[in-house]
Design a protein around this ligand. Structure first.
Ligand SMILES: [Zn+2]
Length: 162
């Protein structure tokens, strides 16, 4: 005796759930994260060809979707090693903000250094090569205040799905 199994017909609700998974907010957030990586990778490849464009690959970036309620645009981060992170965001195709997050010498946090161009990056790297990869703490002298930057970002805190 042969028994034939027949799949149960899909309900409209089940079909709607499939559609929502493809078109809904979760899919939009995934697209924003992927686009943020593409834009960051393209920017460093085009504007920092001899430094970041040579040292980083697209797979080094982790995309972050927008946080609409906090008015935070999509961004991407890359861990450079030695506790140093690179953050990229752009609010429109012509406005790119690339920031190095460098551990402060005081050990309490990070200092953000917004990069102007490749020459600017080379000057910062030169300074880091003689400072052990740490940014001098400057808040007591009226400069940067590392306490304003979250301390010890980790790979987990920058992960794509959180
Ligand atoms: Zn400090």
């Amino acid at each position: 005796m042969t028994e034939t199994l027949v799949a149960a017909p899909r309900t409209p609700y089940a079909l709607l759930l499939d559609i929502a998974a493809r078109l809904g907010p979760a899919a939009q957030r995934a697209q924003e994260r992927a686009a943020a990586v593409t834009v960051a990778d393209s920017h460093v490849y085009g504007y920092y060809p001899n430094t970041l464009g040579s040292a980083l690959e697209a797979c080094d970036w982790t995309g972050r979707h927008a946080l609409v309620q906090q008015d935070i645009a999509p961004s991407a981060v890359a861990f450079l090693g030695n506790g140093i992170w690179l953050h990229h965001t752009s609010t429109d195709p012509e406005q790119h903000v690339l920031t190095l997050l460098i551990p402060c010498a005081c050990g309490r946090g990070y200092t953000g250094c917004e990069l102007a161009d490749e020459h600017d990056l080379l000057l910062i790297l030169d300074a880091l090569s003689t400072s052990g990869g740490l940014m001098p703490h400057q808040s007591d002298a009226g400069g940067n205040d590392c306490d304003n930057t979250p301390a010890t970002p980790t790979r987990r805190s920058w992960s794509a799905d959180t």
